[in-house]
Design a protein around this ligand. Structure first.
Ligand code: GLA
Length: 390
């Protein structure tokens, strides 16, 4: 972290000749359980991880918003007064669409972009990109809290999560839900965020992994995925079609004991998409209850059932994710599942600390044997959400 902070300060100085007014940071996330439920008004249980994006920000004396990053090729700048037209014309592109999209979305949520000062933003991150750990939500959330403070907007964390989602949906063009930004903004150390995506009520649920001698192993398959096109959008459309055919506003309104009726009404594929979402919502509620009543050692079966449902019913897994899950199990994990939107990205395994090195070795071996690209295997800890760096 201190390295990232130094890098940001240095680049900020090189670009502007000044020191930033402050540094703000926001984490990536792992979703413990509750996949493709957020845009169905359902339940999710993600946690913020110890990988963060840092933003150095400083007000300017004009109305230019300039963003630079250690990973973007060059700085991008735009006059805040022209942001609306640029967004409407589809001119926000590439990595800069995330920070610029957030500034635009703050305007949509009430910031007066005609009146606020320009800002220099410099971004660095150690959230792996393309791993399904929400590197994009980390950028959005860090930029959102930085601009909120510099522009004295006083928006709540819940509103800033909606701002990030709006940037992702409209500037980046990915039809994603509210989970990732909520995890990044509301996360707490050693805890998950239990979020009702209909009411947006959020509760912090202690996980107690370390006390129970457990670690979360991430297996990044390096299979790339893209939520603005392809399968993610298709799955969302199937869910909406399923809800429409069942005559409900969203799949949140369907209970597990109503699935038999749904089977009569829906074609096989839509039925299986619906069954995933309906049973996954129940698994999130069961996981929260189990964590409270019996602790984390008891949630393994729920994680496994979630993976099977995504593999067989929702069909968003890939062979690399399935191999990661099976192999982690064979090497001592108590539960494992793919996490995030699917079609690539990462799996997680909840494992006793002394099984972590076996899992790493077993995964490396299994991937090599199958001729798959070597994965990245590392542990993450549930961490605090977005904050101003001291
Ligand atoms: C991505 C999206 C989230 C959510 C998950 C699937 O991470 O950004 O909103 O839909 O996929 O649970």
């Amino acid at each position: 972290m201190s390295d990232l902070r130094d890098d940001v300060r240095e680049l900020f100085h090189a670009l502007t000749g000044r020191t930033p007014d402050g540094l703000w940071s926001a984490p990536g996330r792992v979703n413990l359980i509750g996949e493709h439920t957020d845009y169905n008004d359902g339940f999710v249980l993600p946690f913020a991880i110890d990988r963060r994006t840092i933003v150095g920000a400083g007000a300017r004396d004009d109305s230019v918003l300039r963003v630079a990053s250690t990973f973007g090729d060059e700085a991008v700048e735009i006059d805040l007064r022209e942001l609306g037209a640029a967004q409407a014309g589809g001119a926000l592109r590439g990595w800069a669409a995330y920070p610029l999209g957030v500034a635009w979305a703050l305007g949509e949520f009430g910031a007066d972009l005609e009146a606020v000062p320009g800002v220099d933003l410099v971004i660095d991150s150690n959230v792996p990109v393309g791993a399904g750990l929400s590197s994009s939500a980390a950028i959005e959330s860090a930029v959102a809290i930085a601009l909120d403070e510099l522009w004295r907007l006083g928006m709540s964390r819940e509103t800033l999560a909606k701002v990030g989602q709006r940037a992702e949906n409209d500037a980046v063009g990915a039809p994603t839900g509210i989970m990732d930004q909520s995890a990044s903004l509301l996360g707490r150390r050693d805890s998950a965020v239990s979020l009702d995506c209909r009411s947006l009520d959020a509760e912090v649920v202690p996980l107690g992994f370390a006390d129970a001698g457990l670690a979360v192993v991430v297996i990044d398959t390096r299979v790339t995925h893209e939520h603005s096109t392809g399968g993610y959008r298709e799955r969302r459309e199937s869910c909406e079609a399923g809800a429409a055919a069942l005559g409900v506003p969203s799949l949140r309104h369907v209970r597990v004991d109503e699935l038999d009726r749904a089977r009569q009404v829906l074609d096989d594929v839509t039925f299986r998409r619906v069954r995933h979402v309906v049973t996954e919502n129940q698994r999130v509620l069961d996981t929260v209850r189990t964590l409270r009543e019996a602790g984390p050692l008891a949630i393994g079966d729920l994680l496994d059932a979630s993976h099977r449902s995504m593999r067989d019913d929702f069909e968003i897994s890939v062979p690399e994710l399935d191999l990661a899950v099976e192999t982690a199990h064979g090497a001592g994990a108590i539960g494992a599942r793919m996490t995030g939107g699917g079609f690539g990205g990462s799996a997680i395994a909840l494992a006793p600390l002394d099984a972590v090195s076996h899992i790493r070795v077993a995964i490396d071996g299994a991937f090599a044997e199958h001729g798959f690209t070597a994965p990245e295997v590392f542990t993450v800890t549930p961490s605090d959400g977005a904050l101003r760096e001291p």
